[in-house]
Design a protein around this ligand. Structure first.
Ligand SMILES: Cc1cc2nc3c(=O)[nH]c(=O)nc-3n(C[C@H](O)[C@H](O)[C@H](O)COP(=O)(O)OP(=O)(O)OC[C@H]3O[C@@H](n4cnc5c(N)ncnc54)[C@H](O)[C@@H]3O)c2cc1C
Length: 435
């Protein structure tokens, strides 16, 4: 089947509009706040005053919350279009909030849309889709992230309520959130893949203790945005179980599929920006009598970076196209995992070269490069580490092969030569016999 990533001219016009809008209207907000305000903090009146009119413009263009289906007000775009949009959004911190597609709210909205009752949808889903509230997703635990078999945070049924006890780790944006979707063990006697469930927990429910607000990298030790939570006899109504009891893991998998592709395409935008910066810099500065761009080692870096960004961009678009074609995440799991594995590697290589080519300016706080650098290892662990995704790729790829029939592999030359000889000799006998 022909692979085609092209979009119709009307959608290309939308992308061009987005490109200019992100540069002219949203980038100044990034530069104005310089990381001092978290985009998820809906209580900041200055930020609200700045972003609300921009969100209205996005809605007028029909580009608001495009990841959700038309029944929830989304445009119903496929993954290729969403990927092309995310490539533009990746350059700027505030862009996702302005376009209503920020994680983890995007995935949480999908869960509520599928499994929430009418009251929950009205109370949480609609305000989330309208950009009025933020949410948290709590799955990781302090003693186990990559392997859910180590999860111990439990919920047991008590009359009309679930009672939750245990800890969650790196629950992003909890302090700004109205509600949390927590994956908890409801049946410890079966494997976690069948014994965990999704719960809707209002974030102000009594008994939720914030052990620490963990930050990233060089942020101050206190006041970070990723909560270490302890649930002490936290009681929620029975109907706050989302989906079936025991379906938590399955729901978690569905939630992350499209999101991983969007993360990857935003990383394409970041890597391209680093490459653009490197090219501009090496064309602007001389050393030892010539431009830095004239040095062969730098030319190789430019070439290597351009090739890596091209390869990665095509890989992500192909994965998005596969999702659109198959219409089912489970059938393209290894394509999604492959993209997830490639993401930090491309960022490490391309961003490092851009930093180095800028010299001291590159490691300073006067360019966005060190922030991009921090993004690379984050992309390696968030939503599961590289090794786990490599396992997924390998398992799915190996499913398409079978063991060799005999003692030697199918490509064993002496065996193949014997087979070929017998075939050619029989043909020759036939051809010569017919002369
Ligand atoms: C910025 C950020 C935001 C996040 N937000 C959230 C959130 O909102 N909600 C949430 O629930 N979680 C969140 N997380 C947590 C994230 O999902 C976990 O970090 C991730 O699943 C890995 O778990 P861990 O950190 O416990 O690493 P560990 O499980 O301790 O793994 C550490 C390392 O061990 C190695 N390793 C692990 N498994 C294997 C294996 N099978 N084979 C070989 N090597 C292996 C890898 O090198 C891995 O990096 C966030 C993380 C980050 C960085």
């Amino acid at each position: 089947m022909a692979i085609d990533f092209s979009v119709e001219p009307e959608f290309q016009e939308k992308l061009d509009w987005m490109d200019a809008f992100v540069t002219n209207e949203i980038e100044p907000i990034d530069l104005y706040f310089q990381g001092t305000v978290n985009p998820f903090d809906r209580s900041n009146e200055t930020a609200n005053a700045l972003i609300r009119p921009l969100q209205e413009k996005v809605k007028e263009q029909g580009l608001w919350a495009c990841h959700v289906g038309p029944h929830l007000g989304g445009a119903g775009y496929g993954q290729v279009k969403l990927a092309l949009m995310n490539e533009i959004l990746g350059r700027v911190l505030w862009a996702q909030i302005v376009f209503g597609c920020q994680a983890p709210d995007s995935g949480n909205a999908e869960i509520l849309a599928h499994y929430g009752n009418d009251e929950q949808k009205e109370m949480y889903l609609q305000p989330l889709l309208d950009g009025e509230i933020s949410s948290t997703y709590a799955m990781t635990e302090p003693q186990g992230g990559s392997d859910p078999n180590y999860f111990t945070c439990r919920a047991h049924r008590d009359g009309d309520e679930w009672v939750i006890n245990g800890e969650k780790w790196f629950a992003s944006n909890f302090k700004y959130s109205k509600f949390t979707i927590a994956m908890v063990i409801t049946n410890p006697d079966v494997p976690v893949y069948r014994g965990s469930s999704m719960m809707l927990v209002p974030s102000d429910t009594p008994g939720i203790e914030v052990v620490a607000d963990v930050g990233l990298g060089t942020e101050p030790i206190e006041g970070g945005d990723h909560a270490y939570l302890r649930f002490n006899d936290v009681r929620i109504p029975a109907e706050n179980l989302l989906g079936e009891e025991g379906a938590g893991f399955k729901i978690a998998q569905t939630r992350l599929g499209g999101g991983r592709v969007h993360h990857a395409m935003r990383s394409v935008g970041v890597a391209q920006q680093a490459l653009d910066m490197m090219c501009e810099r090496v064309l602007s500065r001389e050393t030892k009598g010539s431009l830095i761009a004239d040095k062969q080692s730098i030319q190789h870096w430019v070439a290597d970076s351009w090739i890596q960004v091209q390869q990665f961009r095509l890989q992500v678009l192909h994965c998005a196209w596969m999702i659109d074609k198959e219409g089912d995440y489970s059938k393209v799991r290894h394509y999604i995992a492959g993209v997830k594995v490639a993401t930090p590697k491309v960022l490490v290589d391309v961003v490092y070269r851009a930093i180095h080519a800028h010299g001291s300016l590159g490691v300073s706080n006067h360019t966005p490069l060190t922030a991009m650098w921090q993004y690379a290892p984050i992309m390696g662990v968030v939503d599961g580490p590289t090794e786990v995704h490599k396992n997924t790729v390998a398992k799915q790829v190996l499913k398409t092969y079978k063991p060799s029939d005999g003692l030697f592999p199918a490509a064993h030359l002496p065996t193949r030569i014997d087979t070929a000889r017998a075939y050619i000799e029989s043909r020759l006998e036939h051809e010569i016999g017919n002369l």
